[in-house]
Design a binder for this molecule. Structure first.
Ligand code: 5GP
Length: 202
């Protein structure tokens, strides 16, 4: 299935995956972000097909039955999934495709696609993560506590990933992810060959 590079950018809730991925796309134009399907409603500035494909819960469940997802998970009471078809066509075009997904989804992709490159985005400290989750402001104490408990649990999965990148500053984290993509493109097992060398490996 792999021609391009499938990059999983994951990590605990609140670590800043979305911000880092957006910054990465601004400094590395070749990177594409996979557009997930979700059952949550669009936020005011969001548009169908840009941030997500929005769908109903019954339709999402049908899609699970149809095998439409590479992975899916329930995150904060909503369903999210990565469409298999779009990933396959992106990789066959040789693209650098990013899956910005939660830890449950990342673990599924790591198991299914060994060639995927997985990055665990970590907070500079647990305290920093807790401050960030609590500081979002709009949620009830109960919801915040649930998010904190989930985030602490998610931190424990770091060892399943290929790389850990600390999100101390968005720019630094994005540049390190870009460096990982460059390094992966030089990997012989991924098809890198000396200039002028045909497809043969011996
Ligand atoms: P939000 O609703 O704030 O955009 O995203 C909530 C969480 O869902 C984030 O942690 C995000 O990484 C995760 N997420 C977004 N799309 C997917 C997906 O397709 N699969 C999984 N497993 N998680 C996703």
């Amino acid at each position: 299935m792999i021609e391009g590079i499938l990059l999983i950018v994951s990590g605990p809730s609140g670590v800043g995956k979305g911000t880092v991925c957006r910054y990465l796309m601004s400094i590395r134009e070749t990177v594409k972000l996979s557009i997930s399907t979700t059952t949550r409603s669009p936020r005011p500035a969001e548009k169908e097909g840009v941030e997500y494909h929005y769908t109903s819960l019954p339709r999402f469940k049908e899609m699970i039955e149809e095998g439409a997802f590479l992975e899916w998970a329930v995150v904060h009471d909503h369903y999210y999934g990565t469409g298999l078809g779009a990933v396959q066509s992106s990789l066959s075009r040789g693209e650098e495709l990013i899956l910005e997904i939660d830890v449950q989804g990342a673990v599924q992709v790591i198991e299914k696609i060994p060639e995927a490159v997985s990055i665990f985005l970590a907070p500079p400290s647990l305290e920093a993560l807790e401050a960030r989750i609590s500081g979002r402001g709009t949620e009830s104490a109960e919801k915040i506590n649930r998010r904190l408990a989930t985030a602490r649990q998610e931190m424990k999965s770091y060892y399943l990933y290929d790389y850990i990148i600390v999100n101390d500053k968005v720019e630094n984290a994005a540049e390190l992810i870009s460096a990982v993509i460059d390094a992966e493109k030089c990997r012989v097992s991924r098809g890198a060959r000396p200039p002028g060398w045909g497809g043969e490996s011996t």
